[in-house]
Design a binder for this molecule. Structure first.
Ligand code: WTA
Length: 677
């Protein structure tokens, strides 16, 4: 991974100043009921037992044909897991539970408007719906095994139904977060070569019914410009039987699923038995270059990994009511709303809206009403709820046995509020570190086996063997107080298979930095580098310090600075753009944008507005900057590189360091004056 101009303060400096926190311990009640209480699992998953240890994970699934080879490294680092095996993901998440759990809720949908009733969908009902949608996708839209289907939908049960219907056919779904723009969706249709787009007419957010279908029109246009034709657009209705968009369906291309599906009433589709390594889905994520990359996950390895981690780390039992308040459009929702919990026959709650609407008591009312006992969310949401309603949780009668945080570092202060106030001091907390690419948790405490340490993700997950390297590949010892680049020495079944259509980018992004022999087929030569800095305490716990590349984690969502910069450059007056992360009390980080203009243009509010609009249109509102600053010139090195580090220091009000070697040191004062007044 390229290591240029890490934005923000030196990670090593942060580590040195960090204070150690005391441990918290799970209750004896929690331990008594926990799925994983056997410490010897770490020995069973030692490197000596690699890779055969992973059989324990694979055996949580039903295989149509059992596999013969645990791990094939012949095309390392593109690995194949459970080779020879065949299975179907929708069978594993739905059909196999019908015997014992047919009448139990698989999903409970909570619409945002509080006067709309909850909708519980039993495993039997899910089975019926997934089959009918699979029949429609196959017979009406021509989808077959290996085809890609792009899904651009909000948080409604029709989303997992559509995903599972794809999986049933052996088709590869590519879900695009509903908040992304039509253009962003179109680029993903184009990259994946999807011939079908599934969308929805509208959805609720913060009390408003937002029109969504027009994004499909834009998406199809963008994909067509890139040479990919989405032949059919399938539109679910937010209110079945009623079309809630003012953008009409396009004749011959757009079809209302709720109408067409009537033709498939009662139809059953045999689940297609696919090889373990057949791709299950693509999930696009931001990286160092402009265009997001399609992270490709395989069926057997991914499903085994998410099922096992849901069982051992989330502690999901079939009787639990589990609520992960993430969006299915991100990896957290794929692994820990849909695949993991459903593979375990849990009840998984799907919430349409925002957690603070109509007030910050909403999540706790839902928890009380549904008797949720496992709760999963991101630090950003915890910070938001703590700010907006610090006393709300105490007003509601719910009891969590277990809570998760995911996606960002959590400050010890915020962790303690989560523990004492949200968890009422009763719940075990896991701080789970992982990525789109890792498929499931790779660092976390095992809740019944290890104490919790606020602000620390804990040791590596079972079977994950980590190391921290310095820039030159020397190992940094635990307890040294020095930060470095976090790596994982070994492959694991949940890891991405490759980047869709771009093996080279896969190798260069995650492995090139520490691989010494590009021809090696020995996994030991291919440490995986996720792109984060970390420091390991003497007790073996890891504190994740954040990205070392050009990625900003805004409210737990990964955004590439290059993507945002490219959007700014679409504004005709803009000559150069630089995006830097600014610390934010609630969202963790937010982007600040610096632009310089082409000759002949003067700074104006309308240019700032145009920049904001370009970001909304090209990426989506989630990437909106805190500020847009128009500067006369960017601070640059003598070779002409924009010094983002300097801009970031100015935005954050920290020391800019030595700027005397810049080509234009005088602009630093000018920019500082503009930003800090
Ligand atoms: C960050 C989200 C600190 C990290 C599941 C990673 C975290 C990126 C944690 C992946 C955590 C994730 N503590 N930082 N517990 N979990 N991150 O792909 O920088 O959306 O590389 O996956 O989020 O974001 P992604």
């Amino acid at each position: 991974m390229s290591q240029k101009e890490p934005a923000g303060v030196s990670e090593a400096a942060i580590a040195v100043h960090w204070q150690e926190e005391a441990y918290y311990h799970p209750s004896t009640e929690f331990i008594a009921q926990a799925n994983m209480t056997d410490k010897s699992i770490y020995e069973r998953f030692s490197l000596d037992n690699f890779p055969e240890c992973w059989k324990e994970y694979a055996d949580l699934l039903d295989w149509d044909q059992y596999w013969h080879t645990t791990l094939d490294t012949s095309t390392a680092p593109e690995y194949k897991w459970f080779v020879g095996g065949k299975l179907n993901a929708s069978y594993n998440c739905v059909d196999r539970h019908l015997g014992e759990h047919k009448n139990k809720a698989a999903l409970i949908y909570v619409p945002e408007p509080e006067d709309e009733p909850h909708l519980a969908i039993t495993y039997q009902e899910l089975y019926v719906r997934v089959n009918e949608m699979a029949a429609l996708l196959h017979d009406f839209a021509g989808v077959k095994a290996g085809d890609r289907v792009t899904i651009h939908m909000p948080m409604v049960p029709e989303l997992p139904v559509t995903m599972l219907a794809c999986a049933r056919l052996g088709a590869i779904h590519s879900v695009v977060f509903g908040g992304f723009s039509g253009k962003a969706c179109g680029e993903r249709i184009s990259d994946s070569g999807s011939k079908v787009l599934v969308t929805m007419d509208a959805y609720y957010r913060s009390g408003r019914l937002l029109e969504h279908k027009s994004k499909a029109d834009e998406a199809v246009k963008v994909a067509a410009n890139e040479g990919v034709t989405a032949e059919k657009v399938l539109i679910w209705q937010r209110y079945p039987g009623k079309y809630s968009s003012d953008t009409p369906p396009v004749e011959g291309r757009d079809f209302i699923v709720n109408d067409v599906i009537k033709q498939y009433h009662g139809q059953r589709v045999e689940p297609v038995s696919v090889p373990a390594e057949a791709p299950l889905f693509l999930m696009y994520t931001s990286g160092t270059t402009g265009r997001p990359k399609g992270v490709q996950h395989g069926t057997g390895g991914y499903l085994a990994y998410t099922t096992a981690t849901s069982k051992f780390v989330q502690d999901i039992h079939p009787n639990d009511v589990y609520w992960c308040m993430a969006d299915i459009g991100w990896i957290t929702g794929h692994s820990y709303i849909v695949y993991g919990p459903l593979a375990l026959a849990a009840t998984s709650v799907i919430f349409e809206g925002v957690p603070t609407y109509p007030d910050a008591g909403r999540p706790w009312r839902i928890a009380e009403q549904l008797d949720v006992n496992i709760f999963h969310t991101a630090p950003t949401t915890v910070r938001m709820l703590r700010k907006a309603g610090p006393d709300e949780p105490a007003k509601y009668n719910y009891h969590f046995k277990h809570m998760t945080t995911v996606g960002e570092p959590i400050e010890p202060e915020v962790w303690k509020w989560y523990y004492h106030v949200v968890g009422k001091g009763e719940a075990a907390i896991v701080d789970t570190y992982w990525q789109t690419e890792t498929g499931g948790f790779v660092f976390t405490t095992m809740p019944a086996l290890q104490g919790m340490k606020p602000g620390s993700a804990g040791p590596a997950m079972v079977g994950i063997h980590p190391v921290i390297y310095d820039e030159d590949g020397n190992e940094i010892a635990a307890g040294s107080g020095i930060a470095g680049n976090l790596c994982i020495r070994n492959p694991w079944p949940g890891m991405l298979q490759t980047i869709w259509g771009d093996s080279q980018r896969f190798v260069s992004t995650y492995f090139a930095k520490y691989n010494k022999n590009p021809n090696s087929t020995d996994w030991r030569d291919w440490p995986y580098f996720p792109g984060d800095a970390a420091v390991q305490a003497a007790d073996g716990y890891f504190r994740i310090l954040g990205r070392v590349d050009d990625v900003i984690n805004v409210a737990g969502h990964r955004l590439g600075t290059k993507e945002i910069e490219s959007a700014c450059l679409l504004v005709k007056e803009v000559a150069e753009a630089a995006v830097v992360p600014v610390n934010d009390e609630v969202k963790g980080k937010v982007p600040d944008i610096y632009v310089s203009l082409k000759p002949g243009y003067d700074a104006s509010d309308s240019i700032k507005k145009a920049v904001m609009q370009a970001i909304d249109d090209n990426i989506g509102k989630i990437a909106r900057p805190a500020h847009v600053y128009i500067v006369s010139d960017m601070p640059k090195t003598r070779s002409g590189k924009i010094m983002r580090r300097v801009l970031s220091a100015i935005s954050n009000g920290t020391d800019v360091g030595d700027v005397t070697t810049l080509a234009n040191p005088q602009v630093v004062d000018e920019v500082r004056g503009l930003v800090q007044g």
